[in-house]
Design a protein around this ligand. Structure first.
Ligand SMILES: [Zn+2]
Length: 72
């Protein structure tokens, strides 16, 4: 059984409006931890991607292709 946050009486968990006081019943699902988790995952991913990009050396493009075209 769920409790109405407005009047504190016990109500059915699947009702959207409290039958006692008529106020809207908010679902028990709390989105805040999921938002926090998403932010943490995003930050970790950002760090991992940033490190891999920073560590990997920039490869200079070989000029063999260009010389092959000129020496024809
Ligand atoms: Zn109520």
């Amino acid at each position: 059984m769920a409790k109405c946050k407005n009047c504190g009486k016990q109500i059915e968990p699947d009702v959207e409006v409290c039958p006692h006081c008529g106020s809207e019943v908010t679902k028990g699902f709390n989105a805040t931890p999921w938002i926090m988790l998403a932010i943490v995952i995003y930050v970790i991913a950002e760090i991992i991607v940033g490190r891999t990009v920073g560590v990997e050396p920039k490869k200079e493009t070989p000029k063999e292709v260009e010389s092959n075209v000129t020496t024809r």
